[in-house]
Design a protein around this ligand. Structure first.
Ligand code: ZN
Length: 83
């Protein structure tokens, strides 16, 4: 009787926890997409925040898709950040 009860709690517990976990995963994925992915100011490509091609100008960090874009930016940053 005791064992049945424990199994029952386990099944109910995993049923209750699993959808929550799945929803959390979806939520963090959406957050990463909207907040952390930046645009390369040179070619307007989306850049992963983990990129090694970065530059800081006016205390603002810019991310680049490649070394080439970073070099172009470094040579004339103001040209690329003008709105
Ligand atoms: Zn680029």
């Amino acid at each position: 009787m005791k064992t049945t009860l424990i199994i029952c709690i386990f099944v109910l517990g995993s049923w209750a926890l699993y959808p929550g976990r799945a929803a959390n995963l979806t939520y963090s994925k959406v957050t990463v997409l909207s907040d952390s992915i930046k645009l390369d100011p040179i070619c307007k490509m989306k850049v992963q925040p983990s990129t090694v091609h970065k530059s800081t100008f006016n205390k603002q960090e810019y991310l680049f898709c490649s070394k080439g874009c970073k070099l172009k930016f470094d040579q004339n940053p103001e040209k690329y950040i003008k709105k």
